[in-house]
Design a protein around this ligand. Structure first.
Ligand code: SF4
Ligand code: SF4
Ligand code: SF4
Length: 445
């Protein structure tokens, strides 16, 4: 179903003003979060930066935005804006043909998501302090803003979003499961289109900031839903469609950087569940005491699980796969990457199950932080003294079980499709997903 047939939605997307209004609100909120982190109370549970970024924003992102709108968050994210405005020398005006800054192309060796994998892991290793210390959160938010500005001055388009943002990497991975997409309507129209303004820009707008050719889009992964191509396409050949969940997963990826993103996200959800929600005090201490010997052991174990244990057992499962394949008995890089697609729905539902617990336990902090965002004794809405209490606790275990079992069934279905495509049996991968789900159930319940 084509949503852009709705005249109101279409004119809202074609005009730059509604998006600009949202961007400005988001940018103000983002800058306030940085300031709150740097000058507000050091008590995390009473600081806007911790409560609104790691509880409210995270809940909306992982429970609503990514599962239902894919890269919908990127459509309103304020992080690339200042850099993009400087790069273009304009906020709204049509593009000037002369580049304002260096406008270099990102070197080929970095045109993948390995840097995003590393930037996510860097944050993940320090996540215990990041999630609880306002100053660190303020510094990280500011660093992302300045990194995006710096890269915009040197490289063309949104190089920070495309190749470095730690959040963008996993949003892109899981956006493939969303029931919404931006695609062209008619390939023939694109084939005859001269100048390809959707990629190269025109008087009506900028060439794709995410460096993708909209005419060739087959997946959501790298389309940041900036809506620029809707404005530049002279033939009205771009649509936003509703579609079945996980439609993109019918075309498994053959890229190792994307395969490892799936392992990183799956493993991180399990480790976070153990550290943040589990009963193991020594594990928590090791994760929190950054720089100590125990932390180094924790970090090495974290990386070992993600880069050795999870992919190692996955490769072992594939090697046991009985079906023929282009590389013999189920092995081969292409088969490995292709079958790792089945971990995408599983990982997403692991994050949903983990986040439900984390968010319901801590959501009551939002009311207090709303009234006193810096922890300075304000009471703007009369809720500054709202007591902490977990909400909807009786629904927690059933909701998590449903998410995990649903994720397993979804992954099994994806594994069957990917296995069929790669000409190998999907059973070992389904067993792998089953064992991972049992471990996650044990960690959460
Ligand atoms: S990739 Fe990162 S910085 Fe870019 S729009 Fe998405 S979340 Fe924001
Ligand atoms: S501008 Fe429109 S018609 Fe031309 S290539 Fe891009 S999407 Fe296709
Ligand atoms: S220009 Fe079009 S294809 Fe490119 S990121 Fe924006 S919405 Fe996606």
């Amino acid at each position: 179903m084509e949503l852009t047939r709705l005249p109101l939605l279409k004119s809202a997307l074609k005009s730059r003003y509604p998006q600009l209004a949202v961007f400005i609100v988001m940018l103000v909120g983002y800058i306030f979060a940085i300031l709150a982190g740097l000058i507000g109370t050091p008590v995390g549970s009473h600081n806007f930066s911790i409560v609104f970024v790691w509880i409210a924003w995270w809940a909306i992102l992982i429970l609503v935005a990514v599962p239902f709108f894919g890269r919908g968050w990127c459509a309103v994210c304020p992080i690339p804006l200042p850099g993009e405005w400087l790069q273009r020398g304009a906020v709204l005006a049509p593009p000037d043909k002369k580049p304002k800054w260096l406008n270099l192309r990102v070197p080929k060796m970095f045109r993948n998501i390995w840097l995003q994998n590393l930037s996510f892991l860097l944050l993940a290793l320090f996540s215990s302090v990041l999630l609880t210390t306002p100053t660190i959160t303020g510094i990280v938010l500011a660093a992302m803003l300045f990194a995006a500005i710096g890269l915009s001055m040197v490289f063309e388009r949104r190089s920070f979003c495309r190749y470095l943002c730690p959040v963008g990497g996993f949003i892109g991975l899981y956006s493939q499961t969303a029931p919404a997409e931006l695609r062209i309507k008619d390939k023939q129209v694109c084939a005859k289109c001269e100048g390809k303004p959707c990629y190269n820009g025109s008087d009506t707008g900028y060439g794709c900031p995410w460096d993708v050719f909209p005419g060739g889009l087959t997946k959501n992964t790298y389309c940041g839903l900036c809506m620029e191509c809707i404005r530049t396409c002279p033939y009205d050949n771009i649509a936003i469609n509703l579609r079945p969940f996980s439609a993109d997963l019918a075309k498994p990826s053959a890229k190792m950087d994307e395969a490892f993103k799936a392992f990183i996200m799956l493993g991180s959800a399990m480790i976070y569940a153990g550290v943040l929600l589990g009963p193991w005090g020594a594990l928590k201490d090791a994760a929190y005491n950054v720089g100590t010997g125990a932390w180094f052991i924790y970090a090495a174990t974290f990386l070992g699980i993600i880069f050795v244990v999870l992919p190692g057992f996955f490769a072992l499962a594939l090697s046991l796969s009985p079906g023929p394949s282009p590389n013999g008995r189920g092995g081969g890089v292409r088969v490995f990457s292709s079958l790792s697609t089945s971990l995408i729905p599983l990982g997403l539902m692991f994050w949903v199950a983990f986040s439900v617990s984390f968010v319901l336990t801590n959501a009551s902090y939002i009311l207090a932080a709303l009234s006193d965002p810096l922890g300075l004794g304000w009471n703007l809405f009369g809720t500054a003294n709202a007591a902490w209490r977990p909400i909807l606790t009786s629904m927690l275990a059933p909701a998590q079980t449903l998410a995990l079992v649903g994720g397993l069934a979804w992954s099994a279905h994806t594994a069957q499709r990917s296995g069929h495509e790669a000409n190998v049996s999907s059973i070992p991968v389904i067993v792998y997903c089953f064992i991972a789900t049992l471990i996650m159930l044990w960690l959460l319940l």
